[in-house]
Design a protein. Structure first.
Length: 423
């Protein structure tokens, strides 16, 4: 059958890469990942990959090796129905709304909203914070027409658009990479931007029934202030979740905590879409810039060996003792894993290392046949990966689908040296 005839996942053979430079603490050889490129993914398979600890950079799907990395990266998600914005989150939303509306309009809007509420003497003085109302409160298109005569400080528009490249998007991306990540200007290219955050990174295959029910695939959420693009979120929409891929903003508006604001908005968007979860990417306990993710309570972290999610408040006491945490009941295996982690940290030498073949997180899918640190997954002793003997006995490997010239071929394994290919 042709690849386009039916939903199907097609990926390249994966590789394990160790001895990589850590993008968080800067250690030259502190990072290790397993990854592969995706040509096509069904929405269901993409969701399952995320629940096995995978993230994506463009078409490259990668899974950090938490045990053998200096900064263990846990998959983190928020159960949308349980999310109650904290005081800090409420203040962030309200402060940005006041900035957009201005004092005069804000006062008029408060009087208008108070007049619209039914009079109820039994109502509590401090009503529960309405996230969906608050997150859209300053958007120009949703303001009451009766207040149109009152001047506003700014005009705010937030909308979802398809992920095509535009010069406007690239200009914001370039500004953000230089101002926030201190990238060299000559290293930021439009082709790299497209490969990383635009277009169709892979064919997100889905059934017609799914397509008719829900928005799926890659989308850009654009923030316009007075007609100028000031921020953009890159989001993956999946059957029961939204995954935050990247967020960028104009430096001059950084004082309004746009990163936290966007996470509040994306949690609200997941609720509006009827999703169960909002995936916030990866979380590193020792990284100060990631602390905000755990503040979205009750957030959950993925156990690297059990592939089960546990609430952050259960993880945190263990993370204070050791950055590699698993709740596996196999105490001996856990202790061996932690001992290997300590030994690997003590074995770091101070000699100058060859940096020629180092890759950052956005170019992990480049070919590097000369890298001595590439190995098979089964040689890596990576948490959560069963031994090859277990896979052979518990998983049916008699049929393997292979992509040949846009056709999906099924290989039926027979006693060596014979095998057959059938469409």
């Amino acid at each position: 059958m042709r690849l386009s005839d039916t939903p199907v996942t097609v990926i390249t053979p994966g590789t394990y890469q160790s001895g990589r430079k850590c993008g968080y603490c800067g250690r030259d050889d502190g990072s290790a990942i397993f990854g592969f490129s995706a040509l096509s993914l069904t929405a269901a398979d993409y969701q399952e990959f995320m629940d096995r600890g995978y993230r994506r950079s463009g078409t490259f799907m990668y899974k950090p090796d938490l045990l053998h990395s200096c900064c263990p990266q846990y998959a983190i998600r928020l159960r949308v129905s349980d999310y109650k914005p904290s005081k800090e989150h409420r203040q962030t939303i309200n402060r940005f709304n006041r900035f957009v509306l201005g004092a005069e309009y804000e006062d008029a809007l408060q009087r208008y909203e108070k007049a619209q509420k039914p009079k109820d003497k039994t109502r509590k003085k401090n009503a529960e914070f309405d996230l969906l109302h608050a997150i859209h409160r300053a958007e120009s298109a949703l303001l009451p027409p009766s207040l149109s005569h009152i001047p506003r400080a700014h005009d705010l528009s937030v909308r979802l658009v398809t992920p095509e490249y535009t010069d406007e998007k690239f200009a914001l991306y370039k500004h953000y990479q230089i101002s926030c990540h201190h990238d060299a200007e000559n290293e930021i290219t439009s082709s790299g931007f497209v490969r990383f955050l635009c277009g169709k990174p892979f064919e997100l295959a889905s059934s017609a029934e799914e397509e008719g029910k829900k928005r799926l695939g890659l989308w850009h959420q654009m923030y316009y202030l007075d007609g100028k693009l000031i921020a953009m979120a890159v989001l993956d929409f999946l059957p029961n979740s939204i995954s935050g891929v990247y967020f960028m903003w104009a430096e001059e508006y950084g004082k309004y905590s746009l990163g936290k604001l966007s996470a509040c908005r994306e949690a609200a968007l997941a609720a509006e879409e009827g999703d169960e979860f909002y995936y916030m990417g990866l979380y590193i306990y020792s990284c100060q810039k990631m602390k905000y993710k755990a503040a979205f309570a009750p957030s959950e972290l993925l156990d690297p060996e059990l592939y089960e999610y546990f609430r952050f408040d259960r993880f945190e006491p263990e993370l204070e003792k050791c950055e590699y945490v698993t709740f596996s009941s196999d105490a001996d295996a856990v202790e061996r894993a932690r001992r290997r982690r300590v030994e690997s940290e003590m074995a770091v030498d101070d000699e100058e290392r060859d940096k020629t073949d180092e890759q950052d997180a956005h170019s992990s899918d480049d070919d590097d046949d000369d890298d001595d640190d590439m190995k098979t997954l089964f040689e890596a002793d990576m948490p959560g990966i069963p031994p090859l003997t277990q896979i052979k006995t518990e998983i049916d490997l008699s049929k393997v689908q292979i992509l040949v010239n846009h056709y999906v071929i099924t290989a039926k394994v027979r006693p060596l040296p014979y095998f057959s290919l059938t469409c």
